[in-house]
Write a protein that binds this ligand. Structure first.
Ligand code: GDP
Length: 297
């Protein structure tokens, strides 16, 4: 992720460092380069504008121009702004509810919900020592239900059985009751997606939210879809009380625009990123500062 952006910014900073003292002119040039680099990385335009404005205000400050190493100070300003843009810190999952803490995953079909359900279940089991139950409410795609059952077996996490002849809300309610009876700490609800945002899908996700009262309602989105990822995130965020985002397929995304825009556009933190198809090692907590350092090479 961010390969191109890193390359572009490295060049910009190199030019800047070669300048000795900074002037308004070379700051302006550098800002123009940063702006272009962000746009090429597919960062949403309003986000780029705000970002550049913030960096400009700080970079034009007296302390920067008078600094002996203005190039380095400029890089630090960009770094800190990137961290802010992505949410400043890692937002952990809030599992403090009375068990079972329900985590509901919503998103478009193919975004990686089912895979992410299993990755998250494994992470909670191994890292947080939680007893996890999973359930699929995707009554439209038997293959999705089978996929979850199969993944559950693979990682030794229980899956509440569900069938395509049932109502999604009913399945979820039964799964919550089963999780209570079985003294599970966490119930992960994998929901049905569609290929595009549509009213029925949102209505179903809203009904599932009302029925299960999730402590975490996570929007799962494919990073490779760039600006579309951000538009979809906005639509889901408008319709549902999201608590965070999981950005999948970050391993296949060379530009990184969604990672940089989603937080600013929705106000919701990215909590995890998917970094591969493998259930084991395919999910990482998202750390804005590490990501910013990676972007700046
Ligand atoms: P769903 O329709 O939202 O449940 O999506 P799936 O979980 O079935 O995933 C769709 C495809 O994306 C599958 O081929 C997954 O292996 C793949 N996938 C999911 N997450 C990642 C990821 O982080 N990286 C990569 N490279 N592929 C992923």
């Amino acid at each position: 992720m961010f390969d191109n952006l890193t390359q572009k910014l490295t060049q910009t900073f190199k030019n800047l460092r070669g300048q000795g003292r900074l002037s308004e002119d070379n700051i302006r040039d550098a800002l123009r380069d940063v702006r272009l680099a962000l746009l090429e990385a597919d960062v949403a335009l309003p986000v780029v504008k705000d970002f550049i404005q913030n960096v400009r205000e700080q970079a034009m400050g007296e302390a920067v121009v008078k600094s002996l190493t203005p190039g380095q100070v400029f890089v630090k300003i960009v770094h800190d702004e990137l961290v802010q843009l992505m949410g400043a810190r890692n937002d952990r999952l809030d599992l403090s509810a009375r068990p079972p803490a329900v985590i509901l995953l919503a998103g478009l079909q193919g975004s990686g919900k089912t895979t992410t359900s299993a990755k998250l279940a494994l992470w909670l089991k191994d890292k947080e020592k939680k007893r996890v139950l999973m359930v699929s409410t995707d009554v439209y795609r038997p293959a999705a239900m089978e996929q979850l059952a199969h993944l559950g077996k693979d990682i030794a996490v229980d899956v509440f059985p569900s069938g395509t002849d049932q109502q999604p809300v009913r399945i979820a309610q039964d799964a919550v009751a089963a999780a209570q009876r079985g003294v599970y700490d966490v119930l992960i609800v994998d929901t049905a997606g569609r290929l595009h945002v549509d009213g029925e899908m949102m209505a179903e996700a809203q009904a599932l939210t009302a029925a299960t009262q999730p402590v975490e309602l996570l929007f799962v989105v494919d990073a490779m879809t760039g600006q579309d990822a951000v538009n979809t995130a906005k639509a889901f965020n408008d319709a549902l009380p999201l608590t965070g985002v999981i950005l999948t397929k970050a391993d296949g995304d060379a530009r990184g625009g969604a990672a940089l825009s989603v937080r600013a556009v929705t106000g919701k933190p990215i909590k995890f990123i998917g970094i591969g198809e493998k259930i084991r090692k395919g999910l990482e907590p998202f750390y804005p500062d590490r990501m910013a350092s990676r972007i700046l090479g």
